[in-house]
Write a protein that binds this ligand. Structure first.
Ligand code: NVA
Length: 366
């Protein structure tokens, strides 16, 4: 019997990790939660169905490249068990035309010390995604006597979970920004809903983005479930599509965090970091002006890096500005060609979920 699961942050030495798989990925039909995620001018509007096979194969090649790089550095890599997502997802409360994918694992699994918890996602099409990770969870459960295998309270996702007519074809970026600033998102507050990728773990402190995928009730739920932690609700008023915090605010090592210069870190959070001598550095400009085709994410996946330890960090190979900045910040950037996986839900950090990092729960902001 060995200890398999342990992780309290995104920068202590990584020893074991889950890397997603793109098999059977589907672009989901519109539903109350997802229409917000697909920008009005996106080519993905109005199209749904299985993603083109060639793109799935290329994404899997990129994911395999990442897995190989990690393994060559002594990190154990686990992979989910793909599920055929091109089938209806039905519960007593809703029917979704299809599932989505088992990418990215970071959206679904939250590792807190010796616990891995499946999240309470607001997309109906992602309701059963956790199942792709259950064989791994079962393995960890059998092999690690301290592993806590947990599922957050499952939201019902009835029509009451969403604001109706929230989405309007004519909404401009300025109006979206106004909504972000006013904390006006598509989800309601009838039940806690959250994606694990909205949670930035820094030991005792959890910085959780309130946005299109995580609501306020989730913050309250986190406070009660983890009473020994400090929970900070964060809202970045410069983000017109606030989904997931890991292309916005990305720690590299204790005392150093890169910040998306367009999204405007709130003063309250800035003070917490600066009062504890953390350096907040504006991230380098992305090397690309557009995301790749059929991609949900922004060009800021440039900063969605995977930190291996306090020195080494994997950065997407074409992100030349980010690679250069890492060196200036005293990091050793390791380029991996990964852009073909972007359309499947994100970058290097998104596409992974922590299983084991050395270290324990620290208080970085005493
Ligand atoms: N909403 C974010 C996703 C980051 C993983 C972005 O596209 O910038």
């Amino acid at each position: 019997m060995t200890k398999i699961v342990n992780s309290w942050n995104d920068f202590d030495p990584l020893k074991r990790v889950i890397v997603g798989k793109a098999d059977f990925s589907v672009i989901p039909d519109e539903e109350p939660a997802t229409s917000e995620k697909v920008p009005v001018d996106s080519e993905m509007r109005g199209m749904w169905g299985p993603r083109p096979t060639e793109t799935v194969e290329k994404a899997n090649e990129a994911l395999d490249r990442l897995a190989k790089e990690l393994e060559s550095r002594g990190v154990i890599v686990d992979r989910p068990t793909p599920i055929q997502w091109n089938q209806a997802m039905i519960t007593p409360d809703f029917r979704a035309q299809s599932g989505m994918t088992q990418m990215p694992p970071r959206d679904i699994l939250l590792t807190m010390g010796n616990e891995i918890m499946a999240s309470a996602n607001s997309f109906r099409c992602r309701y059963f995604e956790y199942l792709a990770y259950w064989p791994l969870m079962n393995q960890y459960f059998e092999e690690d006597p301290e592993f806590l295998w947990t599922q957050a309270p499952r939201p019902r996702l009835t029509d009451k979970s969403y604001k109706h007519n929230y989405y309007d074809e004519k909404i401009s970026i300025e109006e979206r920004l106004e909504r972000t600033a006013n904390l006006d998102f598509v989800t309601t507050e009838v039940e806690p809903m959250w994606d694990a990728a909205d949670v930035l773990r820094l030991g005792k402190d959890l910085f959780i983005q309130h946005g299109l995928t995580t609501n306020r009730k989730a913050m309250e739920w986190f406070k009660r479930y983890y009473p020994e932690h400090r929970v900070h609700a964060v809202n970045f008023p410069g983000d017109p599509y606030p989904i997931h915090i890991d292309a916005t605010f990305v720690p590299l090592r204790p005392g150093l965090i890169i910040n998306n210069p367009e999204r405007r870190l709130p003063e309250a959070q800035r003070k917490i970091f600066e009062a504890n001598d953390w350096q907040i550095v504006d991230a380098a400009q992305p090397a690309h002006t557009e995301p790749p085709p059929l991609c949900y994410s922004s060009v800021w996946l440039s900063m969605n890096c995977l930190v291996l330890d306090h020195k080494n960090v994997i950065v997407e190979a074409s992100e030349v500005n980010q690679l250069e900045q890492m060196e200036k910040l005293g990091m050793n950037p390791i380029p991996v060609d990964f852009r073909d996986a972007y359309a499947f839900g994100g970058g290097l950090h998104c596409s992974t979920a922590d299983v084991y990092r050395e270290g324990s729960m620290e208080d970085y902001f005493p």
